[in-house]
Every structure is written in C-alpha cells, then in structure tokens.
Design a binder for this molecule. Structure first.
Ligand code: ADP
Length: 617
C-alpha cells in the first residue's frame, strides 16, 4: 500500500477456504516475523481447520501458540462473551487486548471471522457503528485488523454495505483501494443519499481524470521510446526531439543541456532547442547564478514554478535571461563532465511541477546520461585499440627488421667458418677442429632462431586469407615431411578422419608439424605413440595431438608457449623454443585457443580450437 493512505482495518471477502488463507496465512506469517502478537478469532468448531490451514501456509503454529505470539480465540469468548453483541463493550475488550499485546510485542494483529454477525442478529446500523469504532480504535494504536466475510454465507445486501464501509478491501487475493468507500459517520447520517451522490460523482470524476492522466503519461513515454530507439537519428537529433517533447509535456518554452562543474562554479550551455539570441551554445555563467545550481545541489531533479515566490528572483539567469519557470535534473557522467538537463520558460507557473513531471524529466535524463557515458566508453575503447594496434605494428616491424637484417651478417659468419674449415682441412689440431665445430654449430642454431623469429613476426602480416581447409590433407603433408623421423624412431601415428576448418593452409601445416615433431621429440625412451583426433565444440572443432611421452610439469604448462622458453638443455633435447610460440600465434590469428593437458611421465595432449569451415557460397 506504499504511497497510499491506508487505515488499519481491512475487510477480506472470500469465496473459498483456499481463497481465504491465500490472504490470511501471509498476513499472520508477516506479523509473527515482525514480532507482533497475532490473534485469530474463529468459531469454536472451526479452530482445528484454521490451525491446519495456517500450518499449510508455512507457519509453525504449535511453536507460535506455545510462545503466546499466536492466540486462537473463539467468538464465544470475544464478540459474544456476554451472550449477545455490544459494540462498546467489545471496544473496551479490544482496547485491553491491544494494551496487553503491545506491552510485550511490537504490535497487535487481528484476523477475525465475522459470520457470528449472522447469528447474533446485529442490525446494519449497529454493525456500521461498530465498524466506525474499530476504525478509530485501530488507527490510534499499533494494531491492524482484517475482518473476514464468507461470500457464500452473507446475503449480498449485507456484503454491499461491508464494501461501502471499508476504505480498503481484500478480494481475490488483491488488496484494493476502495472507490465505493463511504465513511461510517456519513453512511449512517441523515443526509445519506446526498452524501452518496456527492461521493459517486466525485469518484466518477477522479477515476476518469486518473485514467486520462495515465493514458497521457503512457503516450509521452511511448513517444520518448520512439525517439530514443530511432536507429536513423543521431544523438544530437534525438536530443532536439527530446527537448521538443519535454517542452510540450511540461508546457515550457525550451529545453537545453549544459556542462556544469559545481566545484568550479561553472556552467556552459552545450545544447539548446530552437533558435534564440540569448541562449546559445557556449554561453557561460557562474553555476550559482543559474537555476541549475538547484539540481546540482540535490544530485537529482529540482524545479521552480515562480522565482518571486520561491526567492530566486536575484539569480542572473532570472534577471538577465528572463527565466521564470524551471525544471531541471543533474546528470553525473562517469568519465566525462557532469551535465544539467533542463526546461525553462519566461513566464512563471501557477502550479508547482508535479511528481509525474519530475519523473518524466528524470527518465529523459537517464537516457542522456547513459548515452553520454556510452559515447565516452566507446571513444576510450577506440583510443585503446588504436594504441594497441600501433604498438603491435611497431613490434612486428621491429621483430621483422631485426631478424631479417641479422640474417645477412650471420650468413657471412657461417660461410667464412665453412671456408676456414675447408681450407685448413686436416692441418688443424683436434682441439681447434672441435672449437671450429662449436662455432659452426652456434651459427647454425642462431640461423634457426632467426628463421623462427622471422616466421613468428610474419604470422599476421604475411598470412593468407582464411578459407576452408581439409585437415586430413594437411596432416598427410606433415606425415610425409616427417616420414624419415617417424621411421627412424619407429613411431606409430594414428589419425582419425578430420574435418574441414576455416584456416590458412600453410600456417595450419606449420602448426601441426610443430606439434607432431614435438610429440616425436619428447617421446622419452619408448618409440613415439601419437594420436590425432577431432571433436565438435559448437561452432568450433577441437583438434588434439596426444602422445605418451615425457609429459610436462603443472607449473610449466603456460610458460612453454612463451618465445624461447624451453624446459630442457640442448644436450638433452635440441630446439629453439619458438615452435609452440609460433603455434599460439597461428591459433590466435585463426580466432582459436591452444592449451596442453599433461601427466608428467605419462604423456601430453596439445589441443587447439579452430572454426568450422564456412559453407560453400
Ligand atoms: P622446442 O621444442 O624447440 O624447445 P617448443 O616451443 O616447441 O620449443 O616447445 C617448448 C618446450 O615445451 C619444449 O622445450 C619442451 O620442454 C616442451 N614440450 C613441447 N612439446 C612437448 C611434448 N609433446 N611433451 C613434452 N614436452 C613438450
């Protein structure tokens, strides 16, 4: 019942037990949870049924009864204690019950069956007088009551009166604000028909106005949605449309937006609707001399209907710019300057701005804030991407130039070493020959490293466009390339039928060649056992190369993909440490991932994901 005046006395009209307890069980449960004393008044023969219905509603009835938080009282012991019903006496009794309950508990909560009225032969007037007293008593106390009426048992005429005297009703599990409510004092008074007519006409008008207002609100909301979701207009165009929409909705001449900085007392108009000589984008003022200082202070919406009445006639924007009505909101912009979004008029208003108008302005403001922050984020992102691309390009160029230019002097070293070797022949001592062969070896290793580096730097720049590639064929090529080593090591290579993927054939060949030659190289003491498999994973294929070799320790699984990183000395296993780095870069270029799972001593499985081949056009 938020935001709605509500007295503490409800009527529940129910049509079945389940209907009744759908409302009453949560009502009692909430009371118990809040530490209130709850009393249920019921006919003697119904007590058992009520207990089990409350239990079904999730209430620990026995514990609540035992602690005294819940009391189940009979009608015979309350309303009809003296044998017949006496309203005043009942009020006294309730006053006592409430006093006793509120001494020990947070509040008092009552649910009462009213069927006894039927048997006690209470007249309508009497029961209305009683209702009026209940209203008054419960209003002043920390107490709330729900009187329950069984629709099947009460005649419609009585229930009609029940409806008339309760400001709020629970019906069909809905709490209703009651348009038919007539205060009991009027209901019983001498001018009943006139009062009723007044009330009916007033209600008619109220409801029609409320409906029209609701429709109008919906229409403006709808128009706002249309403006902001228009895919063909720019932010500036949408802003102008919102200014027009707001001007119409608030009946104010123009809308605008300004950059504001409360710390520096700055206000600079950024956008304004229509053409004006005074209000132009770029106009600067101290923020404190504008109405926008008001929303800036609260951080939300603020309005002035009449500066003379509200005491703002001295503001420069009022004196110099003639602003006499103002509705504005403050927008804190994450990552950019804060803004004030406002509508103004040169005439004061008679009426203050309504909650609805504030809410509509706020909803427009929220969109503007979101858009500005979004623009800001996009710009940041673009800048970051530009910077990254630039630095990436520089790195690639560097790696390319370095490795390319290093080849030349290295070739010279190699060829002169070979020349010396050839010329001197057998003349050299054993020792010098050994030195010379170390030098030749070193130069050869360096050549391979430089070649690897060059290949690495060229993955992005020299790659072919990605197109459908038969992995079966790629593996066959690789098998041919590696045939000598496979034979030498007595390797067993089994390959499952493989799919078509989207890729650069040369790079995929390089990738598989590196993975397979590693599987051969790191096979350990026994002949290599290698398996190549593929498995579907959504739009990707997961290709795996499994070996039964030496395996990789947990803490090295990431590191082996770094350039030049190796886990073994050259004496143990020859290599440059570029192979897997190159694989990772190739897979990245293909939009996939590469990783390894391994059990040291048992073997390793290198897996890569690759996109499914694009369907033929
Ligand atoms: P290289 O083989 O030239 O040293 P790689 O980049 O291909 O360089 O591999 C990096 C390291 O990863 C290797 O030195 C090796 O220690 C480890 N490694 C690669 N493949 C395997 C494998 N199949 N089994 C065990 N270790 C491997």
């Amino acid at each position: 019942m938020d935001g709605d005046f509500c007295n503490d006395h409800f009527a529940l009209i129910y049509e079945s037990r389940s209907d009744q307890f759908a409302a009453i069980a949560p009502f009692i449960r909430q009371g118990l949870e809040r530490g209130e004393r709850c009393m249920y008044v019921v006919g003697e023969d119904e007590a058992t049924e009520v207990r089990s219905a409350l239990r079904n509603g999730g209430i620990d009835v026995d514990a609540a009864l035992e602690s005294g938080a819940l009391v189940i009282e009979t009608i015979e012991n309350t309303y009809l204690k003296t044998g017949s019903f006496d309203a005043d006496e009942m009020m006294d009794r309730y006053a006592e019950i409430i006093e006793e309950a509120t001494a020990d508990y947070e509040a008092f909560r009552l649910a009462a069956e009213m069927s006894w009225i039927l048997e006690a032969e209470v007249s309508v007037e009497e029961s209305m007088a009683y209702e009026s007293k209940v209203n008054a008593l419960f209003d002043d106390e920390d107490a709330i009551a729900v009187c329950q009426y069984d629709r099947d048992r009460f005649p419609p005429t009585v229930l009609r009166d029940v409806v008339r005297v309760h400001p709020h009703l629970i019906y069909d599990n809905t709490v209703c604000h009651n348009f038919y409510y007539t205060p009991p004092e009027e209901f019983c008074g001498p001018n009943q028909p006139r009062h009723e007519l007044d009330r009916m006409l007033g209600t008619l008008l109220d409801r029609t106005e409320a409906k029209t207002e609701l429709q109008e609100r919906e229409r403006y909301q709808q128009r706002q949605n249309e403006i902001i979701s228009d895919p063909d207009s720019s932010f500036e165009e949408k802003l102008q449309d919102l200014f027009d929409l707001g001007s119409e909705r608030f009946d104010l001449e123009l809308g605008g937006m300004a950059r504001v900085d409360p710390d520096d007392d700055r206000f600079e108009l950024e956008y304004v609707s229509g053409d004006h000589n005074r209000f132009e984008p770029g106009v600067e003022l101290p923020l404190s001399e504008t109405f926008c200082a008001l929303p800036a202070e609260t951080g939300s919406t603020a309005s002035v209907a009449d500066p003379d009445v509200d005491g703002y006639a001295d503001l420069e924007s009022c004196r110099e710019f003639g602003v006499r009505a103002y509705l504005g909101t403050y927008l804190e912009i994450d990552g950019g300057s804060d803004r004030a979004f406002a509508f103004v008029d040169s005439d004061a208003r008679n009426e203050p701005f309504s909650d609805d108008e504030h809410a509509f302005l706020q909803s427009m403001g929220q969109w503007v804030k979101y858009e500005l922050e979004q623009h800001h984020r996009e710009r940041e992102l673009e800048r970051t991407i530009d910077r990254l691309e630039e630095s990436n390009e520089r790195l690639e160029q560097f790696a390319y130039a370095a490795s390319h230019d290093l080849q030349e002097p290295l070739r010279m070293v190699s060829s002169y070493l070979q020349l010396i070797e050839r010329r001197t022949g057998d003349d050299l001592s054993e020792e010098l020959r050994e030195f010379l062969s170390f030098a030749v070896d070193g130069a050869e290793r360096m050549r391979r490293m430089i070649e690897g580096l060059l290949a690495y730097s060229r993955v992005e720049t020299r790659g072919e466009p990605l197109e459908p590639v038969e992995l079966d064929e790629v593996v066959e090529d690789v098998r041919e390339n590696l045939q000598v080593r496979l034979d030498e090591t007595d390797a067993e290579l089994s390959v499952e039928p493989l799919p078509r993927v989207q890729g650069d054939g040369n790079q995929l060949r390089q990738l598989l060649q590196n993975l397979l030659s590693n599987a051969i190289k790191y096979s350990g003491e026994t002949p290599p056992r290698i398996e190549v498999t593929a498995e579907r994973d959504g739009t990707m294929w997961e290709l795996s190369v499994r070996d039964e070799g030496i395996g990789i320790e947990d803490d090295a699984r990431e590191r082996i993909f770094d350039i030049f990183d190796r886990l073994h000395g050259r004496e143990e296993y020859d290599g440059t440490g570029i192979g897997l780095a190159l694989c990772e870069r190739i897979v990245e270029r293909h939009g996939g991932e590469i990783w390894v799972e391994s059990e040291p001593g048992e073997g390793s499985t290198f897996s890569v994901t690759l996109r499914k081949a694009a369907p033929a056009e």
